[in-house]
Design a protein. Structure first.
Length: 346
């Protein structure tokens, strides 16, 4: 009798669970990402050239993802439009020029281990400085504008302008060369395709950042608290957690990721100017609009689409290369006005 009662008591819960539809992951944006290289192959003709361009596009896309992921976190979890994100990118790039310049004994040797160590130190320094400045940026400029998007745009754009001028005071207004370490120069041969060594490092770094973000947000208590704080801030605070501190940590983390991306982008361009952050900002906002504001997976797909299309178009029709990213954004928004992976569908 008791067994029957227990069985009956579990039926409503089981029925409720069955009544809740499970959200399926939308594969269509991934099919679009896979289709782009396949469509480019017959247009390019040469398989080796196609492979070179594809790996170059993936490397470029993953560097953009590293930079854009910080802004995606800040917007998706804090609802903050930070148009001053370019300051942190430029800080990371300039720190790379300083650190790598001081570690010439590690960068001028062909020993790959020493080269990677120097790059790792430069990345750590760029992340640390960008994160520290991000903390100051949040306290002084962003905190008074929470919930006020227009005010956020104006204040953070003003902060970026001031930041660029301060960078000119410290490092000068001229371009500073940022050559690759000796062991990362040149290319590796994959059959007949030549793949630059640094692009392989960029791909591995971007994948590591992606896995770390997905693990942090979906598999840790910190990620759970951050996401819960976005959904119901008062409930999380009633449990004794300080949501404001969590959000400040998110902003600092996003700034640090921008610093890391700035180091990688500076090495990718092999030169740094105070305007480097403002120049990359355009690509970043295209990526997060394509991906769906606030979506980490959407940011990745958008960044890879931008990187691949830029490289294919630059080879096939160089005059259209600058328009390709805008055209991609327009096409995606006509298909999905909210982006590939809107925040509510992650």
């Amino acid at each position: 009798m008791s067994t029957q009662a227990e069985t009956l008591s579990t039926l409503p819960a089981a029925a409720d669970a069955a009544a809740i539809p499970k959200a399926r992951f939308d594969m269509r944006p991934l099919w679009l990402l896979a289709a782009l290289p396949l469509l480019a192959l017959p247009l390019i003709g040469s398989g080796s050239t196609w492979l070179t361009l594809t790996i170059a596009g993936l490397a470029m896309g993953l560097i953009i993802f590293i930079i854009a992921s910080g802004l995606t976190l800040v917007f998706g979890l804090m609802d903050v439009l930070n148009f001053g994100h370019g300051v942190f990118i430029a800080l990371g790039a300039f720190m790379a020029t300083t650190v790598l310049g001081a570690m010439s004994s590690f960068t001028e040797t062909p020993h790959l281990g020493a080269n990677l160590f120097a790059v790792a130190v430069a990345c750590s320094a760029g992340m640390a400085v960008a994160g520290a400045v991000g903390l100051l940026f949040e306290r002084v400029l962003v905190r008074p504008a929470y919930g006020l998007h227009l005010k956020q745009i104006l204040i953070t754009m003003g902060g970026m302008i001031i930041g660029e001028e301060l960078l000119k005071v410290v490092w000068g207004a001229q371009m500073i060369p940022l050559p690759l370490p000796e062991g990362l120069r040149g290319s590796l041969l994959l059959g007949e395709a030549a793949v630059e060594k640094f692009r392989i490092v960029a791909v591995l770094t971007g994948l590591a950042v992606l896995l770390a973000l997905l693990w942090l947000l979906n598999r840790t208590k910190l990620g759970l608290l951050i996401r819960a704080g976005v959904q119901d801030r008062e409930m999380v605070e009633s449990l004794g957690y300080r949501v404001r501190r969590l959000f400040v940590a998110v902003f600092v983390g996003g700034s640090a990721l921008a610093g890391l991306g700035g180091v990688m982008w500076g090495l990718y361009q092999q030169g740094v100017t105070p305007q480097i952050g403002a120049q990359v900002n355009v690509l970043i906002f295209i990526v997060i609009i394509i991906g769906g504001l606030g979506s980490t997976v959407g940011c990745l797909v958008g960044a890879l689409l931008v990187g691949l299309l830029a490289n294919y178009t630059g080879f096939l029709a160089p005059k259209l290369a600058l328009f390709s990213n805008i055209g991609l954004m327009v096409a995606v928004l006509m298909w999905r006005p909210q982006g590939l992976y809107p925040l509510g569908q992650r």
